[in-house]
Design a protein around this ligand. Structure first.
Ligand SMILES: Cc1cc2nc3c(=O)[nH]c(=O)nc-3n(C[C@H](O)[C@H](O)[C@H](O)COP(=O)(O)OP(=O)(O)OC[C@H]3O[C@@H](n4cnc5c(N)ncnc54)[C@H](O)[C@@H]3O)c2cc1C
Ligand SMILES: *[C@@H]1O[C@H](CO)[C@@H](O)[C@H](O)[C@H]1NC(C)=O
Ligand SMILES: *[C@@H]1O[C@H](CO)[C@@H](O)[C@H](O)[C@H]1NC(C)=O
Ligand SMILES: *[C@@H]1O[C@H](CO)[C@@H](O)[C@H](O)[C@H]1NC(C)=O
Length: 405
């Protein structure tokens, strides 16, 4: 039975679901609020089960050809002196340490998914869902351009601030956005000679962290992470870009290392993004014919490194369950929930105490962290941990769905 499916959100999760559903003969439309493919963002990782799903999609070779060459991570001090270096494990075996084996620019990844689906999926840019209603026969959707249509399923893949989620959660349910007490800003600056393919991480006092990494011969990415749980800071992200930049510049001005260069590059960068670090936690992933996917349902935050993997694995399982139970969507969505949730619970389990420990307030605390990194490096701690770590988070073995072949 061919279903008519509307996916709201053309980021990572939406197109990944569309891939499977279109391949199995369903009629899929993706609406994306942005006027064009939103192929921006910094470097993302593909890990563990996400790699397995990409392989089943037949996209692993294409993804591999776009990988960012990052050999490892080095911890530096205010003079740029290296205190510890952790190299990536490139053997393709065992668990990955701090640098994932599959690092790719978000833009490249979004384009890979789009190219793999654009011939079988109808994409509409510059359009979003304005209003919807449902009954046992279908979902009736009104769009931002005044048009309307009827579907069997509406998928909310509209990111961490999902409007579809807001519409299906009951007004008295608790706020699903859980703040991790941190903020991030990232942007691109011109590459300089000293920017190698070993990422630099610099911690400084006041709960601040700076990272620089390079993805090609002309550009370098800068990441600022600020741990500050003052709720008033949430408003920064709604302010104008000019105000946002002012805020970050003022908080980091005295931070040392290459900060002056980073702040200079911030003024003219074309790639600017800043966000509060939040997780989405809700018991409700579906209601009737509406279902949530990716960050809209279970955003894990960039600190987890699992956002993209979560999107791919969730899309695969949701598609599998829909194809297995096309006449019983309630069963399909409930199986999707029970199969995926333990995995989500595990990758959302970020220790906020660890975040606090890693971003100390005092100079003394920062020096201690650098010393511990040096010691860990000397004793090969990450390699030892990797040996005991299972690559399959949450014990989830990617299930087989013969229906998807
Ligand atoms: C511009 C951007 C940059 C990012 N950069 C990074 C990064 O550097 N590192 C990182 O770890 N993660 C980043 N992320 C988040 C990362 O893409 C996700 O965590 C992950 O890939 C899950 O994907 P998703 O499709 O669920 O969400 P997203 O990738 O956020 O995609 C959601 C899509 O829905 C669209 N959308 C939102 N509201 C509506 C609406 N009402 N109607 C229609 N469409 C709508 C958005 O424009 C977006 O294209 C970024 C996200 C975006 C949107
Ligand atoms: C990479 O992982 C494999 C498998 O766990 C291990 O045998 C190897 O020693 C690791 N290499 C490095 C450099 O850590
Ligand atoms: C949605 O569209 C239908 C059909 O065109 C129309 O009757 C209805 O009034 C619209 N609802 C809203 C809230 O715009
Ligand atoms: C480097 O990456 C950016 C996108 O992040 C792109 O616009 C630019 O063309 C790339 N440069 C080279 C030399 O590949």
């Amino acid at each position: 039975m061919a279903l008519k499916v509307l996916v709201c959100g053309g980021g990572c999760a939406g197109p990944a679901l569309a891939f499977w559903l279109a391949q199995t003969g369903h009629q899929v439309t993706v609406v994306e609020r942005f006027p064009a493919l939103r192929a921006t963002g910094a470097q993302i990782d593909l890990r563990s089960q996400g790699i397995e799903v990409a392989k089943r999609m037949g996209l692993l070779d294409t993804i591999r050809s776009k990988l960012v060459d990052e050999d490892g991570v080095a911890i530096v001090d205010s003079q740029g002196k290296i205190h510890a270096t952790f190299m990536a494990n490139r053997t393709g075996k065992g668990a990955q340490s701090l640098t994932s084996e599959y690092e790719i620019m978000r833009g490249d990844f979004v384009r890979v998914l789009y190219d793999a689906t654009k011939d079988n999926v109808k994409y509409i840019f510059g359009k979003s869902v304005e209003h919807f209603e449902q009954d046992e026969k279908g979902v009736y959707v009104n769009f931002s351009d005044g048009s309307s249509d009827t579907y069997d399923i509406l998928v909310g893949a509209d990111g961490q601030g999902s409007r579809i989620r807001k519409a299906i959660l009951s007004p008295d349910s608790p706020n699903p956005c859980f703040s991790l007490g941190a903020h991030m800003a990232y942007w691109f600056i011109p590459r300089e000679e000293q920017d190698s393919n070993i990422r630099r991480t610099y911690g400084c006092s006041g709960g601040r962290m700076i990272m620089r990494r390079t993805h090609n011969s002309t550009e370098t990415q800068v990441y600022f992470t600020l741990r500050d749980s003052n709720p008033e800071l949430a408003s920064i992200h709604r302010a104008s870009v000019e105000h946002q930049k002012e805020f970050w510049a003022q908080r980091y001005r005295d931070a040392g290392w290459e900060t002056e260069r980073f702040l200079e590059g911030m003024k003219t960068t074309k790639n600017w993004y800043c966000q509060e670090v939040i997780q989405v936690r809700t018991d409700t992933w579906s209601k009737g014919r509406i279902v949530l996917l990716g960050d809209a349902a279970y955003c894990a935050s960039p600190l987890s490194g699992m956002g993209t993997t979560g999107a791919l694995v969730g899309a695969y399982i949701l598609a599998g369950e829909i194809c297995r139970n096309p006449d019983d969507l309630a069963l399909a969505f409930s199986n999707y929930d029970t199969t995926l949730r333990p995995f989500v619970d595990e990758f959302q389990n970020i220790n906020t105490r660890l975040i606090r420990l890693a971003t100390p307030e005092s100079e003394w605390g920062v020096a201690l962290i650098r010393f511990m990194a040096w010691l860990a490096c000397l004793l090969h701690i990450p390699q030892l941990l990797a040996r005991f770590k299972s690559e399959n988070k949450g014990g989830l073995l990617v299930p087989d769905y013969p229906e998807l072949l």
